[in-house]
Design a protein around this ligand. Sequence first.
Ligand code: ADP
Ligand code: ZN
Length: 426
Amino acid sequence: MDRPALEKLQFERLQKTLAQAAKSPYYSQILTKKVISSIRSVKDIQILPFVAKPELRENFPYGFLAEPLSEIVRLHSSSGTTGTPTVVFHTREDLAHWTDLTARSMYMAGLRKEDVFQNIMGYGLFTGGLGFHYGAEKVGAMVLPTAAGNSRRQIWFMNTFRTTAVHILPSYAMRLYSFFPEVGIDPKKDLALKIFFIGAEHHSEALRQQIQEAFGVKAFNSYGLSEMCGPGIAFECPCRSGMHLWEDEYLMEIIHPETGEVLPDGSEGELVLTSLCRTGMPLLRYRTHDLTKIIPEPCPCGRTHRRLARMRGRSDDMLILNGVNIFPLQIECAIMSVPNIGSNYVVEIDKEDFLDRIHIKLEVNPETFTGSLENMENLRREVVEAVRIELGLTPKVILLEPNSIPPWEGKAKRIVDLRKNEYKTE
Ligand code: ADP
Ligand code: ZN
């Protein structure tokens, strides 16, 4: 669709969404007839207030519901990475749109009906499992709903049913990889893997490269959040340089995280989304807290939906170490700039003699681990140096054997801030 047609469609859908949202207790207060009639273009949504998790919590559970419960067919919930989970309601129509979006996203990346798709994601309240499940069925692939965990069984399914496409958390991918030597299978030579869909959590380009290298696949970045339906909001095309945000279903704005001012394309800030097709619980100007930018140039693939750059972090997980602002992803980038290193790590932040200290516990690759002690010490020094250069702080680095960091249930929790009395790992 060319941009003028797309923008026309967006405005038509926005008008419907405003009328729909006004049916909810929360928006009935805000979206008066006068306010709705003063919105004459997509840009005019700037007169509306933002909403974020606090509003969702204050109006829990039904304050944003825009349809009677008899029209709601499913509830999902955010994974609660940042506090009390929030709930989201879906009508049958919402689920149909969501399925279309995940199907469209996976098809764009190359999934076809001939594929065998293994969905290694939590099924349940978390949207990662069911969201992709229905999308892949819609494409017509054979879906193996193996869900998360049980690495040896995952490998057995991959091998037995010749899995070609996988959906997996990036933090779990390399953990899964560490089980291959034990079962005597080389994922590159012995399996039929082609495509990985990775997302749902922040990860670096370096981690993507490591996953591609380990499994011999192409890995596509997938972005989504429960409040907007789940995965399938923005997705990489075969060019894999930014994720196309599906602008026929969502409006995006980038704002200054402190002032709320709307920023021009190309500037980094916080992503704000407005749903255009959701009926059960439409949200207008929802602050995601995810920091990114809109890539202004059109994509070489020819799609007209604008792209989002890889997420740099969440505005609420920035760390302040000895007065310097640091994003957790910077630590990951530094670690992974060292060759032959693993990617399961946790970072503990502590105070010693009034100074913030970083302790990095890092599992090394199975191949590296079988090397000499001297190699390990050199590797350790390299990691210290890489982090020192990136952050300007000298970390304490402890190298661990593969699989010594306990697996996370769901998304990785890599940063433990002991300054806030969080628990230390053993
Ligand atoms: P929670 O906010 O509790 O984690 P969700 O399961 O809805 O709940 O997760 C959505 C969040 O996950 C996003 O706001 C974002 O921070 C993160 N996320 C999802 N996909 C990606 C991705 N591809 N890259 C970086 N972060 C992502
Ligand atoms: Zn593209």
